[in-house]
Design a protein around this ligand. Sequence first.
Ligand code: NDP
Length: 266
Amino acid sequence: MTDRYAVLGNPVAHSKSPRIHTLFAIQTGQDMHYEAILAPLTGFAAVVGEFAAAAGRGANVTVPFKEEAFRLADRLTPRAQAAGAVNTLVFAENGILGDNTDGAGLVRDLTSNLGLALRGRRVLLLGAGGAARGVVGPLLEEKPASLVIANRTAERAQRLAEAFAGASGGGFAELAGRSFDLVINATSAGLVDAALPLPAGTFAGGCVAYEMMYGRITPFLVMAQEAGATIADGLGMLVEQAAEAFLLWRGIRPQTGPVLAQLRQE
Ligand code: NDP
């Protein structure tokens, strides 16, 4: 029987994960089917249960369920435990395993695909939701000079930073007078075309601005470009985090380069 996988989110129709995993499956000769499932905002756990019961072997979790998936998992990998958020579920005989591949995916995209060394850089992470939580630990492992987390709800950024030695957190207003070499937007503000209240001077000369969303020019990217930053979107991160999940599920690491090139073409 063909093994079933899915991405669970709300909204989820725009997701490229089904396409990516289908290309990985063809490339590696795996017999699997991957679909997108819309979970009601108050019914995530029920959808997970139904999918697992219907021969689901694993799932990716996207906006806004990553923290709920963390609470739902019976067991967690160390990186999911550290993140407090889960983007990958494995349905095993002995319960649900939760992992978080977002951070590994982001770091691999930044360092391998974009050729950006993070050591010694001043890094600003915008947002404190599920995506931001997943990337703090892996970013710190790259030994940046500093890692500042800024969020609309300042307390959330403060709490997130407190969980990691080497990070500091607060609201957007506290960024006044500071400049960064890498600014990563892990908010979902771009989904509704909302601008972020970043003070002038946030983007240092030679700055790279990374938008985790993909497929649209968001107000963040426009602002960064106007400030002279080099911009990148999150498609590479998406493909890289998917490859990590695929490895966990199938025991094979697919080649990401050809899949990323194919998606950019499409
Ligand atoms: P969550 O819903 O968990 O968190 C949303 C975050 O965005 C919170 O920090 C929230 O702030 C902030 N936010 C939302 N709206 C606004 C706004 N109008 N102005 C300022 N801040 C806002 O979402 P996720 O963390 O799971 O995902 C965030 C984004 O990252 C999404 O766009 C998602 O598509 C993208 N992503 C991309 C990945 C990739 O592989 N490329 C992987 C994972 C995520 P507050 O706390 O104040 O509510």
